[in-house]
Design a protein around this ligand. Structure first.
Ligand code: ADP
Ligand code: MG
Length: 387
């Protein structure tokens, strides 16, 4: 294997863990959802981008064996060992469930996956809503597909990663995260139609417009997030059924008066969020293409208000992150991800970045909240082989 010096650290770490060199190094990024929240399971539109924080995996195939050995630089130094013949869906494997899940999904698809050794090193923060778990899965499936000699389209990789998450890990997630991680490109956002899974890359280059994308990780995860997700999903399904459409994606803003007349207040507001959010995603795509990132601030703000007031998935920490960032000069800000905690994003003029950071930190301190983590991300390339 030839390695560029930038991956030598990972090759060396693999060698110290397993005693020999890997076959190669692959990577997949985390993601931020620019706009389009809770629209995915309503068969609507989302606009995430792959970020410059990523999981790298050094992998060696062990042909003729079923043995899997795994080490994470962020975990214990101990090697986790499994047999592909003995792993069970929804087993309790800790973080190993993510690489095992995609190996399992490939085998379910009829691909003969060899045993393998894998060393993981990731810069995606865990549990901040940036999909550290999908970064692992997407890096691993990209490596294993190649090492198995399988030729799979990006679309097939997306669906097999979803199968691993849904059926093996046991998380009822859609295709947003892995579509961004597998299909992202530098300087672009990934416009995804969750009905037909069509993907289009949309130029999104905040830097060129003198902006930075600031992530404010509130480091809170409110305990009602699981129940909140299920009840929002149920309200959307009830709304679609009452209005006689297969999914809320089939409604437009013109349908909202009829929806208001038919539905109870809560269901109506849930429906209004999804319908207007779909419209905002389409408008963001059009605006990025015609006018650039500096023109989408109002859409980000409107998305946050809709999630706060209609979908009711924000929380005091996210609202404060958004309002403090906006008051200090961000041109648009919104919570991102499923809600009830996690991260907010603030599109910020580069010249005001330090003011915005200080304002957010001060506001959190004054409110007595946990100190948030602040960092910037740029739209980066999706999963690929590095060495
Ligand atoms: P998110 O994907 O939003 O970051 P999840 O709860 O879905 O949050 O995934 C976080 C889990 O992924 C962690 O609990 C851990 O099991 C696993 N994980 C992520 N990154 C690493 C890593 N570098 N090393 C070990 N495990 C990791
Ligand atoms: Mg995850």
């Amino acid at each position: 294997m030839t390695t560029s010096s930038s991956e030598q650290d990972l090759v060396d770490a693999f060698r110290s863990a397993f005693g020999h060199a890997p076959d190669g190094v692959w990577m997949a990024p985390g993601r931020v959802n620019l706009i389009g929240e809770h629209t995915d399971y309503n068969e609507g539109f989302v606009l995430p981008f792959a970020i410059d924080l990523r999981a790298r995996v050094a992998v060696k195939a062990l042909p003729g064996t079923r043995t899997v050995r795994l080490v994470s630089a962020q975990g214990s130094a101990e090697v986790q060992e499994f047999s592909l013949g003995a792993i069970e869906p929804r087993g309790d494997y800790g973080w190993s469930t993510y690489p095992l899940g995609v190996a399992w999904a490939l085998e379910q698809h009829g691909i003969a996956v060899p045993g393998f050794e894998l060393y993981l090193d990731s810069t995606v923060p865990l549990g901040s809503g940036l999909s550290s778990s999908h970064a692992i899965e997407c890096a691993t499936i990209t490596a294993l597909a190649e090492l198995s000699g399988a030729t799979l389209s990006p679309q097939e990789l997306v669906l097999l990663t979803q199968k691993g998450e849904n059926d093996f890990v046991g998380a009822p997630t859609g295709i947003l995260d892995q579509s961004a991680s597998l299909r992202g490109e530098r300087g672009h956002a990934v416009f995804l139609d969750c009905r037909d899974q069509h993907v289009e890359l949309i130029p999104f280059d905040a830097k060129a417009d003198g902006l930075v994308m600031l992530v404010i990780d509130t480091r809170v995860a409110h305990s009602h997030s699981d129940g909140g997700y299920a009840s929002r999903r149920a309200a959307c399904e009830a709304g679609a059924a009452a209005l006689g459409v297969p999914a809320l994606r089939d409604l437009g803003v013109d349908d909202l008066p009829r929806a208001q007349a038919l539905l109870d207040d809560i269901t109506f507001r849930r429906v209004r969020h999804v319908v207007t959010e779909d419209a905002r995603v389409l408008e963001t795509v059009a605006t990025l293409t015609s006018a650039g990132a500096a023109a989408i601030g109002g859409l980000l703000d409107a998305s946050h208000v809709s999630m706060r007031d209609d979908f009711e998935i924000s929380c005091p920490e996210l609202d404060l992150a958004v309002s403090a960032a906006r008051e200090a000069g961000a041109i648009g800000a919104r919570m991102t991800g499923g809600g009830f905690g996690g991260s907010a994003i603030a599109l910020t003029p580069r010249a005001l970045e330090s003011e915005v950071r200080t304002a957010v930190l001060d506001a959190f301190r004054e409110a007595g909240f946990t100190e948030p983590h602040l960092f910037t991300v740029t739209p980066a390339e999706g999963a690929r082989r590095l060495a």
